[in-house]
Ligand binder design. Structure first.
Ligand code: ADP
Length: 160
């Protein structure tokens, strides 16, 4: 079974990596899918984000994980990939409220599409890409939120 884990990953955090590792042990194949033209202006380019996820994935020897990009509707990407399973992470009620609508819209656009939700591990449940960017923008220590490689790239971006 093949699962797609879509997101912005701007930047990838330990919360994302935890979900990727867990999916990797549950499914035969995991596609981490980066949305090309999201509504938010990203801090990192697509290439930079791909590189950071690649380094995190390789560092954990996750052989059934591939990184891809997609443009436009996620359901069309799922059809191209010939799968009906999407995974998303849930940190709390706010994620749930937002995600359940997207899952229902996707389900109505593509019959048979299932969105599976993984609860975030407690130790990562407060980590988000936005929090990481906020802390880093003030020169704070983000070493417990992201991998060393991502931390270096954040330091370069914010010049601290
Ligand atoms: P998006 O812009 O699509 O929300 P993100 O990169 O912010 O993309 O998140 C991708 C997915 O990872 C989402 O399902 C989000 O809820 C989940 N996620 C983000 N941070 C965490 C975390 N700390 N623990 C578990 N899941 C997370």
């Amino acid at each position: 079974m093949k699962v797609i884990y879509p997101g912005s990953f701007d930047p990838p955090t330990y919360g994302h990596l935890d979900i990727i590792q867990r999916l990797s042990s549950m499914f035969d194949e995991v596609i981490v899918a980066l949305l090309v033209n999201g509504s938010k202006e990203p801090l990192f380019t697509l290439e930079e984000r791909i590189e950071m996820i690649r380094s995190d994935v390789e560092g954990h020897d996750l052989k059934n994980v591939t990184i891809k990009t997609f443009d436009g509707l996620m359901v069309n990407f799922a059809k191209e990939e010939d799968t009906t399973i999407i995974a998303r992470g849930l940190r709390g009620m706010a994620d749930y409220e937002y995600e359940k609508n997207i899952a229902r819209v996707n389900g109505s656009l593509y019959e048979g599409l299932e969105t599976v939700f993984l609860l975030s591990s407690p130790k990562y449940s407060f980590i988000s890409s936005s929090v990481v960017k906020e802390v880093a923008s003030f020169g704070g220590d983000i070493s417990s939120f992201v991998s060393d490689d991502v931390e270096i790239k954040m330091k370069e971006k914010y010049k601290y």
